[in-house]
Design a protein around this ligand. Structure first.
Ligand code: PLP
Length: 379
């Protein structure tokens, strides 16, 4: 079955009683047992729920994995995945990741004895240099938030497999429409479904898809034990959003390429970060491992002092965190999405005060460019 068909049909079973084409929302906390030792397929919604299961099966199919899981937020998915480790384990983590993931790793998980090295993974050597005898996990985002760094997943999986190390790829920016990390040898794919998978800025959610059933069992044990599950209604919203994923991603990308090219020639802009631009350092890897470059464009203004007037003059782009919805959003990474990182960590990752991140929505590209021109050239 082709990807576009899967986004409509994967995981979904029409209601046997009513024939409803939309997956029912099983808004229940618990399920009746036939006898004390005879639970049905479902017993308690934290453990499992039919609406959530439909989403989980759909996501597993879309990512080409063995098992899928839906969480109450992207951070709940990150929290669950990192709990696969124990005290004394070491993680090689890409230096540019979502600020909330960085905070969880550097400021919370270290309290429990998990060790992290934040590394600029540019090639095989940079990854090998970071290996330690206790390295148990490699964690990457590609394209990364907010600098759109591209990491070669085949290099990551090759090094990891040699050493028996688990690999995690946060695929929030690309979505399985543009990139399926499991096809490149990655063990665990992670999402903030808050973003493109839901696509309408009306859900907080997360997901994990595992390459194997065995890993899936471990993740389900943790989801249930930690209580990080998604609610039935939020699961239903993401299921609904998935149906239009290919259409939305194509339009996001088309618009993003236009915006990136416009910014790239503007004299007020010093640098544009978009993997669809041929001069982006990860362009060739992205072109090989992805089928599209996505809808996020970051850029630096010539001067930090230009940030406030630029943001004030915009009309269509809303100043807000998050990304991946129909509406175009703009944010100042250093004080918004990545404020939870220390100034030093931001500096090391290259997240400077003149950096702006755009989530390119589904509006007409001409209108978006006109709006950016209002911001850059003055109201
Ligand atoms: N991963 C990435 C790449 C993100 O951008 C985010 C949020 O921005 C998260 C994870 C966390 O997701 P959530 O905000 O749904 O908890």
């Amino acid at each position: 079955m082709k990807f576009d068909t899967k986004t409509i049909h994967a995981g979904r079973k029409p209601c046997k009683i009513t024939g409803a084409i939309s997956t029912p929302i099983y808004q229940t906390s618990t399920f009746i047992f036939d006898d004390f030792d005879e639970p049905g397929e479902y017993d308690y919604t934290r453990t499992n729920n039919p609406t959530r299961k439909a989403l989980e099966n759909a996501l597993a199919e879309l990512e080409g994995g063995a098992a899928g899981f839906a969480f109450g937020s992207g951070m709940a998915a990150v929290t669950t995945a990192i709990h696969l480790l124990s005290a004394g384990d070491h993680v090689i983590c890409a230096d540019n990741i979502y600020g909330g993931s960085h905070r969880l790793f550097a400021e919370i998980m270290t309290r429990f004895g998990v060790e992290f090295s934040f590394v600029r993974i540019t090639d095989e050597e940079s990854l090998r240099n970071a290996l330690k005898p206790n390295t148990k996990m490699i964690w990457v985002e590609t394209p990364s938030n907010p600098l759109l760094n591209i990491i070669d997943l085949e290099v990551v999986s090759k090094v990891a497999k040699e050493q028996g190390i688990l690999t995690v790829a946060d695929n929030t920016f690309a979505t399985p429409y543009f990139l399926r990390p499991i096809e490149h040898g990655i063990d665990i794919v992670l999402h903030s479904t808050t973003k493109y998978l839901n696509g309408h800025c009306d859900v907080i959610g997360g997901a994990i898809v595992t390459a194997t059933e065995e890993l899936g069992e471990e993740v389900h044990f943790l989801l249930n034990g930690l209580g990080t599950n998604a609610s039935p209604f939020d699961s239903w919203l993401v299921l609904r959003g998935l149906k239009t994923l290919p259409l939305r991603m194509d339009k996001h990308e088309l618009n993003a390429q236009r915006v990136a090219e416009y910014l790239n020639q503007h004299p007020g802009v010093s640098q544009v970060y978009y993997p669809g631009l041929p001069e982006h350092p990860g362009h060739h890897i992205a072109a090989r491992q992805m089928t599209g470059f996505g809808g996020i464009v970051s850029f630096k203004l010539k001067s930090e002092g230009d940030v406030r007037p630029f943001l004030k003059n915009l009309d269509l782009f809303s100043l807000a965190e998050s990304l991946g919805g129909a509406d175009s959003l703009v944010e100042h990474a250093a004080t918004m999405s990545h404020a939870s990182m220390s100034e030093e960590a931001r500096g090391e990752a290259g997240i400077t005060d003149d950096l702006i991140r755009l989530s390119i929505g589904l509006e007409d590209a001409d209108d978006l460019i006109e709006d950016l021109s209002r911001g850059l050239d003055g109201g």
